[in-house]
Design a protein around this ligand. Structure first.
Ligand SMILES: [Zn+2]
Length: 439
């Protein structure tokens, strides 16, 4: 059984989905105004691994990761470059997606953009105003934090903020109140709303999107530790205001930060590592392995020496395993370590041990299993044409699992025929299916 550390309870818990026929995960995605850095990449890869585990455990997994394509930083960049914010967002969204692909991250089922969700955002804000969870002041709509008894329960930060109270803005009732809608200045992008021309705040975007795509309650909400406060606390306040005390996600999962050597990465220190710089030095697969090799709740120390160690470990694996892939059975001992709150250091230590044993005993079946395990982690490099075909066939295999769960056997049979005609057999064992190349 999968266990996950839930930030809300501060405990590792058994993962029990609300509906085991449809597991739902929402992860906060990027604000698209500049190059992706290794901190962004860590969050993408941690939740990509969780998505792979969920897909193995459940027939149907809905995974949504948003794209924040309207924001002050986007507008600023557009002004600096004499272009439109839509153009800035488009350019950087494309760049992010190319980088995800290089990192071999699976595509989520949904990648909603804020600007495509304005209607739902406005409806949600309207509802909050109507229920007195929000108020309008000078063209702004603000969330009334004092109306939510549970505020602070997620991040445990309520008291701290009260203690460190800053001056209340002229239009704010309380310093903790946050913006749901803000008026646009002349020349800035805007949408019409009951509160005038403006644009949405960041927090309401995620609440509106998760409810639209996954429902008022869903299973997992993920993101980087830096989003816990205020972003996730505010999201949860909105969920409660809109849909009641028990709305929103059941499990809040946060990945820890990436440190540059032992320092926080920040603009002011000038030590933010862009992914393009990392790719100039290392193969993306080595970066993927390096990022995943630290337990996701521990700080990842970005240091050349550490990356080089990861690189030689990974190259040794590929050297021994690259001829052994057959897409099927994986090592259950390695997988069991993952089920324990994605304990990747333990999983990879077991992997090392099993590889040493298999090589000593010249155990080809075991080597094959380990190659498949590496493939499960998204760490096996296939030849490009094979990789493209496998991606399509694995998607068909997922659809077939879903069809069988829905008892749509005609569709399941059709998908099987399509997979077989591409030269692969489907092996069904212990309730799982996998692909095996026809001999
Ligand atoms: Zn978010």
């Amino acid at each position: 059984m999968l266990k996950l550390y839930n930030t809300y309870s501060n405990k590792k818990e058994d993962f029990v989905p609300i509906d085991s026929n449809r597991v739902r995960m929402y992860v906060c995605g990027p604000t698209v105004y500049g190059e992706i850095h290794v901190g962004n990449a860590r969050s993408v890869l941690v939740f990509d691994l969780l998505y792979r585990v969920l897909r193995r455990e459940y027939d149907c997994v809905d995974y949504a990761r948003n794209i924040t394509d309207i924001d002050d930083k986007i507008i600023k960049r557009a002004n600096d470059e004499c272009t439109t914010s839509a153009q800035v967002a488009k350019t950087w969204e494309e760049s992010f997606k190319q980088n995800y692909k290089k990192l071999n991250a699976l595509e989520p089922n949904y990648q909603p953009r804020a600007t495509d969700t304005i209607e739902e955002i406005i409806a949600s804000i309207g509802e909050l105003v109507e229920q007195d969870f929000a108020y309008e002041e000078e063209g702004h709509v603000l969330f009334r934090v004092s109306a939510i008894e549970e505020y602070g329960a997620l991040s445990k930060q309520n008291n701290l903020i009260d203690g460190a109270r800053v001056a209340v803005g002229e239009y704010k009732e309380d310093s903790r109140d946050f913006v749901l809608w803000k008026p646009s200045k002349l020349g800035e992008p805007y949408w019409n709303s009951p509160w005038g021309k403006g644009r949405p705040g960041w927090h309401i975007e995620c609440t509106a999107m998760s409810a639209k795509l996954l429902g008022k309650s869903f299973d997992i909400h993920g993101g980087g530790q830096d989003l816990l406060f205020p972003h996730h606390e505010n999201e949860q306040a909105q969920n409660i205001g809109l849909y009641g005390k028990y709305a929103g996600p059941r499990y809040w999962v946060h990945n820890a930060m990436v440190l540059f050597e032992n320092q926080k990465m920040s603009k002011s220190l000038g030590n933010i590592v862009r992914l393009s710089d990392a790719f100039a030095l290392y193969d993306p697969m080595i970066i993927r392995f390096f990022i995943l090799s630290t337990y996701y709740r521990h700080a990842l120390i970005w240091k050349d020496e550490n990356i080089q160690q990861a690189a030689s470990r990974y190259k040794r694996w590929m050297y021994h395993l690259s001829d052994h892939i057959d897409g099927c059975e994986i090592s259950m001992q390695v997988y069991d370590a993952l089920l324990d709150d994605l304990n990747t250091p333990l999983a990879f230590a077991i992997f090392d041990q099993q590889l040493a044993d298999a090589l000593r005993e010249n155990d080809v079946a075991k080597l094959r299993q380990l190659a498949n395990t590496l493939n499960f982690f998204g760490l096996f490099v296939k030849k490009e044409e094979d990789a493209e075909l496998m991606k399509i066939l694995e998607e068909k295999l997922m659809q077939r699992r879903k069809a069988r769960a829905d008892k749509n056997f005609a569709l399941a049979d059709k998908l099987r025929e399509e997979i077989e005609s591409a030269g692969y057999d489907i092996i069904d064992t212990q309730g799982r299916s996998c692909l095996k190349k026809k001999l």
